[in-house]
Write a protein that binds this ligand. Structure first.
Ligand SMILES: C[S@@+](CC[C@H](N)C(=O)[O-])C[C@H]1O[C@@H](n2cnc3c(N)ncnc32)[C@H](O)[C@@H]1O
Ligand SMILES: [Zn+2]
Length: 328
């Protein structure tokens, strides 16, 4: 699928005509430039500017693109690194090769680039141009022809509704002023029968990170050894700094629960498929998990106990959980 057939005006949803400097909407005449090969379809209306955290978050990530490319710049290294993560490896194995995917808040685009290697059509979108530049440099250097990157505000999608088999937004909505509205907006991009995958900070799982945030703030960042990633040998300094800024100096983050996102799914016409970690007390995520096969449902009390237990079990990294839903 060509980029031109996917994009539309983020302001009025009109069709875009290409000219020699960029695109123009044939309905509202809004112009969109191209910079360093990236179409700038970012729209942020004036009336939102006082109340929204978008600008704060945007300038934060423009300064510290996340997650950044380590010392690697080729496909083999990206594949090796990506497959080390069980979830990403399973995604690659289980999303069919001819699928269309949009990632909302792709950061520096590792996941989008990686998933495109198997000939999937992938659109990586983010509002941060510096991150997209790194993503696009990698794409060009490695001749990944089925991935494209555009600058887009997920609250004003610059793509047509119901265009994608899979919509992914990992670690993004909790950095917005209205995570549910963000979810509702990007959920319209999923085709009927398609899937949405959302990664968020967990209300209980993030408690240890919040404690570290507090300690760092009180001690002018003297106790960095409390975070394993900051003292790990494998990552280089710029990647460690990207992690430190993202986790401990972020201007805005919110926390959520499985039960809450299940409610979002219900409201927006999605069937709950599974959460990672799983919501049942006796269930655990396996290395050969079928990501798109529905788990047995559990009662709300059991789920609550499981969520509470994430204080202890989910605190190692950033206190993250992932929800997978299917558009009915
Ligand atoms: C923590 S990073 C996650 C990047 C990537 N998904 C990952 O898992 O590594 C959050 C990203 O969300 C992007 N973001 C936040 N709010 C956004 C919005 N309203 N529209 C588009 N991108 C947004 C930021 O620019 C940033 O790149
Ligand atoms: Zn328009």
């Amino acid at each position: 699928m060509m980029l031109d057939s996917l994009i539309s005006c983020p302001k009025c949803s009109g069709n875009l005509d290409k000219n020699n400097v960029g695109y123009i909407c044939n309905q509202c005449n809004q112009k969109y430039d191209i910079e360093d090969g990236i179409v700038k379809l970012f729209y942020f209306p004036e009336f939102e500017k006082d109340t929204n955290v978008t600008e704060k978050i945007k300038s934060f990530y423009e300064k510290t693109p996340f997650p950044n490319y380590d010392d690697f710049d080729n496909i083999a290294q990206l594949m090796e690194k990506s497959r080390k993560g069980v979830f990403v490896k399973l995604l690659d194995e289980q999303i069919p090769f001819n699928s269309s995917i949009i990632e909302c808040g792709c950061g520096t685009g590792q996941l989008s680039n990686f998933l495109s290697i198997s000939n999937r059509t992938v659109l990586g979108t983010d509002m941060c141009l510096n991150s997209l530049r790194l993503a696009n440099e990698f794409k060009i250097k490695n001749e990944l022809n089925t991935v494209n990157f555009i600058q887009m505000n997920l609250f004003y999608p610059a793509v047509k509704e119901k265009s994608f088999d899979v919509v992914i937004s990992n670690g993004v909505l909790h950095h917005t002023s209205d995570p549910f509205l963000g979810f509702k907006t990007i959920s319209t991009l999923v085709k009927p029968g398609g899937h949405i995958l959302i990664g968020l900070y967990h209300k209980y799982g993030r408690i240890y990170t919040n404690i570290r945030q507090f300690i760092f703030n009180m001690t002018k960042d003297s106790f960095k050894f409390l975070d394993k990633r900051l003292i790990a040998d494998e990552a280089n300094e710029s990647r460690k700094n990207a992690w430190f800024q993202d986790q401990y100096k972020n201007p805005h983050e919110s926390k959520h629960t499985i039960a809450e996102v299940m409610q979002w799914f219900n409201t927006c016409g999605f069937q709950f498929i599974k959460s990672i970690p799983k919501d049942g007390i006796y269930e655990s995520f396996s290395e050969d998990e079928r990501l798109f096969e529905s788990d047995e449902s559990v009662g709300s009390f059991e789920r609550y106990i499981k969520e509470l237990s994430m204080i202890f079990t989910n605190s190692k990294d950033s206190g993250f959980f992932i929800m997978i839903g299917k558009k009915i």
